[in-house]
Design a protein around this ligand. Structure first.
Ligand code: CP
Length: 325
């Protein structure tokens, strides 16, 4: 499974002397951290090599389904030299009633990094970071999908060679992908983000406030409408996400009719010659996106999916660097 036998781990002092680096929200990162992680993801995609996690042990605990993120962090950790322990939804004694606090105290004395996905509040993840010895990585919570946003920015950085000034049209629910993407893009100078979200499924007010605070410093802009009217004249990137966000239920019974106009169709994309198409996947062709768009020449969606592993490697390496800095 690993290089652990080749390079035995030096276990950190217990209790830990200082908190480990964690990414539970994009807002846990400084601007240089964010830029550095985006660039490092691109470097890994271009062939950079690292054994930064040799001797470390990464836990992968996913309480919800995942194809891309779980594989990206598992494969990324192995490629960086770490050992990996994967826990399914019912594997830990959490399923028999042990508390998150007790689980966190135990895991933080044995693991170095814990990658977590939950449909619940990300505050749960902060409980795992609390004992101090464990780097906790949010692989999707109810509020945010920060490692998706890092991957998305690396995909754009790789394609355009820049993030500053990009014009992005996001079509679909203001879900955990949209919140993280908004926080990340609003750090980038001159970015213009137009959100088109169904009524009742927009970007949460708290994320508007936080994104606008970043925008005020960077010169980026964010506008949201709950219809598909008055679309921007020019965009560089069209982004969508599937209508049924992993781990979340719709709060209205007629949500399909509400979501119906929020599709990335062939005519919509054709209105933006030169624009690229992004999708966090999984996709439902014929719902949020036409097959001809997802599988067409402007689509970076499957490059974006592969970038998840390189971006995960950047995140894991950054967490490991915090243990020695
Ligand atoms: N985009 C994304 O998070 O995919 P998975 O749910 O497959 O991890």
């Amino acid at each position: 499974m690993t290089d652990l036998l080749d390079e035995p781990a030096v276990l950190p002092a217990w209790p830990p002397e200082r908190p480990a680096r964690s990414i539970i929200s994009i807002d846990d990162l400084t601007a240089p951290d964010l830029t550095g992680l985006v660039d490092r993801g691109v470097q890994f995609a271009a062939g950079a090599r690292s054994r930064a996690l040799a001797g470390l042990v990464t836990g992968i605990h996913f309480g919800k389904p995942s194809t891309r993120t779980r594989t990206a962090f598992s494969a990324g950790a192995l490629r960086l030299g770490a050992g990996v322990i994967a826990y399914g939804p019912g594997d830990l004694q959490l399923s028999t009633g042990e508390t998150h606090e007790d689980t966190a105290r135990v895991l933080s004395g044995m693991l170095d990094v814990l990658v977590m996905r939950t449909a619940e509040d990300e505050a749960i993840m902060r409980r795992y970071a609390e004992p101090g010895g464990l780097s906790v990585i949010n692989a999707m919570s109810a509020q945010e999908h920060p490692t998706q946003a890092l991957c998305d920015l690396s995909t754009l950085q790789e394609h355009f060679g820049r993030l500053g000034g990009l014009r992005v049209l996001y079509v679909g629910e203001g879900n955990n992908t949209a919140t993280a993407l908004s926080l990340a893009l609003m750090r980038c100078p001159g970015v213009r983000l137009e959100l088109r979200t169904p009524t009742g499924y927009g970007l949460p007010a708290d994320y508007h406030r936080r994104a606008r605070a970043h925008a005020a410093r960077s010169g980026a802009t964010l506008h949201e409408r709950h219809d598909m009217l008055d679309l921007p004249a020019d965009v560089d990137v069209v982004y969508t996400t599937r209508w049924q966000t992993t781990g979340s239920a719709k709060h209205t019974t007629d949500w399909r009719s509400t979501f119906d106009p929020f599709r990335v169709t062939e005519p919509l994309l054709a209105a933006y010659p030169g624009a690229v198409f992004l999708h966090d996947l999984p996709a439902h062709r014929g719902e949020e996106v036409d097959a001809a768009v997802l599988d067409g020449p402007a689509s970076l969606a499957f490059r974006q999916a592969r970038m998840k592993m390189f971006s995960a490697m950047a995140v894991l390496e950054w967490c490991a660097a915090g243990r020695s800095s």
